[in-house]
Design a protein around this ligand. Structure first.
Ligand SMILES: [Zn+2]
Length: 458
């Protein structure tokens, strides 16, 4: 798909495609996709009257991928916090680094993270952010051309929280509301905002109560971390004298607006309660394994009726923002945990597309290829050595197990090409990489962690 072709035409037909629709019947359609005015106007075809026709033979066309849990502010810290568990990773590395961000460094980080995500097929990204400089993340999101839900992380207490990341409760809530008022619905609806209380250990009860009230008042999502690692679960239970899920329910936190990242450690009763309240989970398998947190049983969540999306989490705990890497691992983890009750490859593609859209309550617009929805889609090459031979190959298996982000040809959001053959439209790669290198050194020095700049492994 040539960049100029889409931008200049009023209608476009992708022809001879294999459309992995992720519609309610999970139809695979061999045919054409018609795009008009940024929306999907037809599926199947033929559409001989389209202004522009592009041959998509030998590709799979899938809905744009939804990243349901990311920290764009951490893209700059990739590789600086290796080989630790969650709480040490946060307190000794990540929080001090986040505390040292300024606007220039956070913009550099967000551009770097977004460029990687977009190149790899992401068209919607649900961010946690950090406590400061949320406007910088949002401004990079505006430049990116994709859908981003920005959040100001909220922290008003907690061991190991740097002073610069801690607000008093009223300031935290006022700051969160200001972000919602400025960004929710911006750019013709492409930018949204969430409320991002970081996790129980860093947020007081009055802060949670305030978040519940703001979420309802503004009808925005609550984005937090939930039952990620055994150490975190144990610290929380001794801090609040209760299990998080039950405590959240008592405070009115759980609802369809709730998106809890990770959700590795639940009882059956907790899964049932999450489902009853309509709460959503963002499964982050790479981060769970890299931080040695555990293996989330998505089948158990799905059986209980919980909507689950898929996320990369922050760059330093993955270290990729890549839906293909996450899909493959989600499939493998589920196979290992549940054997013949494992998620199918189609279920895994759903996590990364329509179920992620549901988790963000954006499935009226995105998540599947259906007439009337936004033209957010990814063209994935299937004619390379990694994907061939094609005769009889199940498209879902091809996407989850043998394709990679290297097979992404074109990424389209709202009918606009945002990446083509590895080139992200919004920015010059060399410029954002050079800026990221410079800003990373500055942030690490401001954090007083200069030792991190000495190459490890010597
Ligand atoms: Zn996270």
């Amino acid at each position: 798909v040539a960049r100029s072709a889409l931008a200049m035409s009023t209608s476009l037909a992708l022809v001879r495609a294999t459309l992995v629709t992720m519609d309610p019947a999970r139809r695979i359609v061999e045919g054409d996709l018609l795009v008009e005015g940024g929306r999907i106007a037809g599926i199947g075809g033929p559409f001989p009257d389209a202004d522009t026709t592009i041959d998509a033979a030998g590709t799979l066309v899938v809905p744009g991928f939804v990243q349901a849990h990311v920290h764009l502010c951490q893209a700059l810290f990739k590789g600086l916090a290796e080989e630790t568990d969650l709480l040490f990773w946060l307190r000794e590395k990540i929080w001090p680094l986040e505390a040292a961000h300024d606007t220039e460094s956070i913009v550099a980080s967000a551009r770097l993270g977004l460029a990687e995500a977009i190149r790899n097929g992401t068209t919607t990204l649900f961010d946690m952010g950090t406590v400061r400089h949320t406007d910088g993340v949002a401004e990079a999101a505006v430049e990116s051309g994709i859908r981003v839900v920005v959040g100001k992380a909220l922290m008003d207490q907690g061991a190991g929280v740097p002073a610069n990341l801690r607000d008093d409760t009223r300031t935290a809530l006022a700051g969160a509301e200001a972000i919602v008022r400025r960004w929710h619905g911006a750019e013709d609806g492409r930018i949204r905002a969430n409320l991002a209380p970081r996790f129980v250990l860093s947020c007081s009860r009055p802060l949670w109560e305030g978040v519940a009230a703001l979420a309802e008042a503004h009808d925005v999502s609550i984005h937090t971390h939930l039952n990620e690692s055994p150490g975190e679960v144990a610290e929380i239970e001794s801090a609040i004298g209760a299990a998080t899920v039950a405590w959240f329910d008592e405070l009115g936190i759980l609802s369809p607006r709730f998106v809890g990242a990770h959700g590795v450690w639940f009882s059956d009763a907790e899964r049932a309660l999450l489902a009853a309240r309509g709460a959503r989970i963002a499964h982050c398998p790479s981060a769970n394994f890299k931080l040695a947190s555990g293996a989330c049983d998505v089948r158990a969540l799905a059986d209980a009726g919980v909507v689950v999306g898929l996320g990369a989490d922050g760059a330093p705990c993955n270290n990729r923002i890549d839906p293909f890497a996450e899909m493959r691992l989600a499939g493998l983890v589920s196979r290992w945990l549940r054997k013949d009750r494992a998620l199918s490859a189609a279920d895994v593609v759903a996590l990364a597309t329509i179920d992620g859209a549901r988790a963000l309550r954006w499935d009226d617009e995105i998540g599947s290829l259906e007439v009337g929805k936004s033209a957010d889609f990814v063209v994935v090459e299937q004619s390379g050595a990694a994907e061939a031979p094609l005769a009889g190959t199940d498209p879902y298996t091809a996407l989850v197990y043998h394709s990679s982000a290297a097979a992404v040809r074109t990424v389209v959001c709202r009918g606009q090409v945002v990446s083509h053959r590895g080139r992200v439209r919004a920015w010059d790669d060399d410029a954002i990489v050079a800026d990221a290198e410079r800003r990373r050194v500055e942030v690490v020095r401001r954090a007083g962690l200069d030792a991190l700049l000495a190459r490890a492994g010597a």
